[in-house]
Design a protein around this ligand. Sequence first.
Ligand code: LLP
Length: 434
Amino acid sequence: MSSQDLPGQPHIAYRGNELFSEEMRLSDLAKQHGTPLFVYSKSAMLSALAAYQRGFAGRKVQICYALKANPALGVIQVFAQAGCGFDIVSGGDMDRVLAAGGQADKIIFSGVGKTRAEMRRALAAGVGCFNVESEAELEVLSDVALSMGLRAPVSIRVNPNVDPQTHPYISTGLKSSKFGVAHERVVPTYQRAAKLAGVRVVGIDCHIGSQITQEEPYLDAIDRMLDLVEAIEAAGIPIQHIDFGGGLGINYNGDTPPSADDLWKKLLARLDTRGFGKRQLMIEPGRSLVGNAGVCVTEVLYLKPGEQKNFCVIDAAMNDLPRPALYQAFHQIVPLSPRPDTPATWDVVGPICESGDWIGHERALAVQPGDLLAVLSAGAYCMSMASNYNSRGRAAEILVDGKQSHVIRQRESIADQMRGETLPPCGRTSGSSA
Ligand code: LLP
């Protein structure tokens, strides 16, 4: 059987005229489970993780999967079993990690607006570190921990003021962003932390943005972080671990991010040169571990050729795949069984009542109603940002493992959607005269 890989899509390939994820024919999964359907390859996730593990070979490192990229329990379990820690941003994220078998002491709690209730729960569970984003949060965390007779392990998220050269909505390390403590406030914030009875300084962290495809922003950020570590330690506050934040960008459309193993070898050389090579290191990759492991399988509902544009209406929409509408993001769209016909140019759109509901503009496709398409690179920030807009249930999710497939999330029913809603009693509204 001939196999043809799609560029940038490990573990997804045509065999003959059929698209497969690992050993599973995607059209069989669509027949069995319906569409839209997210399908993730376990071995693609593990091989993405392996690139980081190779890059860090022989070093003290904790790789913490950022579950905002894809918080499905079945995905978390893959990384927990591979020894990963987790980067979380809410109490809900923490519950997911614990439910999927992750260890509390390998959790990093990030986020700019943790509530007291979330802090209390995370302290009770024994999370490994709170990445604190402001002086105000530091004081509150110290109070909460003291009220429980505990000291919270903290790292201050520094804002290194580095331009990651990515989409402005996913760029987080610039001075103008809401994240982290400004460079010039970092040492005073650590000095404050060292005096607070309810916190214990354990590390430093930064995160400059997501979908970064160049090396320079990382190299700049690492230098700035190390300058800060030197200044903090000169003030008498030891830093045990250095956390470099999120991971690399992925190939959506011919993007050429550095590979994790290459980049980390360079970054580690920089750490060695500056005498920090033996420190405990942490990273929080999300997208690069799951993005290209996943596809969204969707059916063509209608073709609407027009004078100015041709529309190909599919059964997946911006509620399932929000990245094009939010960031004008590009996802490749390919047929599950390519037709030999000459392609036409289509705007691939969903059924939602908004012009912003598009998945791909001007795509060359030979399609007919009833055909199945795969939207690629859909493993990260798709289901995690999916909504019920237009009362659409969220899609089912499948984890493929070689010749086996497992439903890791059932398709959401309308009963699931309406659970928790109630109708107020009917009758005259008080105060109305009609
Ligand atoms: N750590 C922190 C503190 C973060 O804020 C993020 C992502 C990560 C780690 C993981 O970064 P990654 O390895 O995935 O690049 N919804 C957007 C992406 C938002 C990313 C937010 N922070 C998208 O669909 O492109």
